[in-house]
Write a protein that binds this ligand. Structure first.
Ligand SMILES: [Zn+2]
Ligand SMILES: [Zn+2]
Length: 255
């Protein structure tokens, strides 16, 4: 699979676009699939640095209804319409996803949804029920966050990607991590526990305990990342049993 970090920032980061990840993976039907995981305010613009064909994206996953994770959807859809997209697009999220996207679209660009020449297919998902979507098995688990957030695992016969969205790991989300080829996890702080968010220390520990080989840390508090990035990178580089990345926007991992 190929993982491209469109954005790695938290909600208010002035330097990096909101956390948003482009995943290219071969589904069970042998087709290459392209998924976007979260699309906040500043991610929609950044997306077009990595995708030039408006037909390429198969699905968007929205982890929760905070603006830095979904408010870029109206702009992304608007530009797809402007560029002449015709293929249906799937939008996947927790209960309420249809209403949230329709309202955001209507507030941002009233009446435009009726003008789209492509169909939007919404799929509502909940923890405990895995779904076969576009050639992959999708599973979900709630994390501990101020707004209900679902972590997602996207799995094929040979690969598994886990993305936390926002939130401190829960026992359910930790279970969902097992067997992942790569974990992409939010780490808002380094070791100071804050309610509703993960830490570098905690997430690295969880990944090592489960013999995960690749861990990408995203959504770090902007001042922590700005002032302590070098020191954090030095510490992470000392770990020998796991590759821990602190990706920059545009960075790509081939796994
Ligand atoms: Zn966030
Ligand atoms: Zn959030």
């Amino acid at each position: 699979m190929r993982v491209i970090f469109v954005g790695v920032g938290e909600a208010c980061d002035e330097r990096y676009p909101n956390t948003s990840i482009l995943v290219k993976i071969f589904g069970s039907e042998g087709k290459k699939r392209c998924f976007l995981l979260d699309c906040g305010f500043s991610a929609a613009h950044a997306f077009w640095n990595y995708v030039t064909n408006p037909e390429k994206l198969d699905a968007i996953w929205i982890s929760h209804f905070h603006g830095d994770h979904f408010m870029g959807v109206p702009l992304l859809l608007l530009r797809m319409w402007e560029m002449g997209r015709k293929r249906p697009l799937t939008i996947i999220g927790q209960k309420g996803i249809v209403d949230v996207v329709e309202k955001a679209m209507e507030l941002s660009y009233p009446g435009f949804m009726n003008r789209f020449r492509f169909e939007l297919t919404f799929i509502e998902c909940e923890p405990g029920i895995s779904r076969e979507i576009l050639g992959c098995t999708w599973s979900f688990a709630e994390t501990e966050h101020s707004k209900r957030n679902l972590a997602v695992a996207i799995e094929t016969s040979s690969e598994k990607l886990f993305y936390s969205g926002d939130g401190r790991p829960s026992s359910d989300s930790v279970e969902l991590i097992s067997g992942s080829t790569i974990i992409i996890h939010e780490a808002f702080h380094v070791r100071d526990e804050v309610p509703g968010h993960g830490t570098v220390k905690n997430v690295v520990e969880i990944a090592r305990n489960r013999n995960i080989k690749h861990l990408a840390l995203v959504h770090m508090q902007r001042d922590v990342r700005k002032w302590r990035e070098l020191q954090i990178r030095r510490e992470l580089a000392k770990l020998e049993d796991i590759n821990v990345y602190l990706p920059l926007p545009g960075e790509c991992l081939e796994l």
